[in-house]
Design a protein. Sequence first.
Length: 310
Amino acid sequence: MKNAIEIKNVSKQYQNKKAVDNLSLTINEGSIVALLGPNGAGKSTTINMILGLTEPTSGQIKLLGKSPKEKSVRNKIGAMLQEVSVIDGLKVRETIDLFRSYYSNALSTNELLKISNLEAEQDKFSSDLSGGQKRRLGFALALAGNPDVLFLDEPTVGMDITSRQIFWETIRSFAGSGKTIILTTHYLEEADNLADRVVVINQGKIIADGTLDEIKASTGMQHVSFTVGENVTSDQLLRLPGVTDVQQSGRRVKVYGADTDQILFSVIRNNIEVRDIETHKSGLEDAFQSLIESSDSKGEENYASIYRTV
C-alpha cells in the first residue's frame, strides 16, 4: 500500500514556542485518520505544513510522494480549514463554478451542490449564508477537484445536527472510493464515527497512534462489574491475570483491565462466585482525556507501548 503522506522529524518553531516537536508520521492511501489533541497541541500547524501553507523549521514532508507545493500535487488535494471566508459578490453556484475551474478533474457543480446540501441556496450570495451554510460551502469547495487527499480541519463547527449527519454520510461515501482523509475535530463522536485510525497529539508530539479499539483499550479504563459471593475478596480478584485495579462497594465490584474478555475468562476459570455481570468498554472520550492528562503530568515516554507508526 502506498503512502499518501510522509512526515519525517518535522518541527515548527515560533519565536520561543515549538508548535510541532520532531514529529514523524506516515499515512497510507485510502485511510481516514483523525488527528486529535487539545487546543494549541499543534494539529492545525501540522496540517498547514502538510499542505505547504507553512514551512517547517526542520524535517521533511511528502504529499503523494512529492513536495506539497508542486502543482501536480495541489491538483489532487482538497482542504476545508477552520477559517470561513467567501468571495463577495458571487453567488453559491458561481463560487463553486470558480473553484471547479482550478482543477483538471473537477466534480460537477450539481453534484457539489447536492453533496453540501446547498441546492436550495445556490442562487444566494455566498456572503448572505449562515455560518453553518458557509461551512457546507467550504466543504463543497474542498471537494471541487475530486481530490485524492482531503483535509478537514474542524469541519462541522457551526453545523446543525442534520447538516452534520449529512456530512458524515458524505465522508463515508467519499472514503469508500479509496480517498485519503485527514480529520481534526473536537467532537470526539465525529472521530469515533468516521476514523479508522486515531493519532493523538499533545504539546507538538504524538502521544498515541492506533486504531479506535487500540486507543480505547490503551488506558486500561475498561472494566467488568458484578456482585460477588461473601467469600470473594478484592485481593483474590487483583491476582487474576489482566486485572489492573479493583474497586469494591459492599458486594458490588468493579474490576479494571485492558481486556474485559480475559477478566471474565479468569473469573470463570477460577470458579469465583459472581452474578449480575456487566461489561463496560471505555469510550474514545475517556481514553482521550486520560492520555492528555497523563501526558501533561508524566511525559510522552510513558506511551511507548501504544505508540506505533503505521
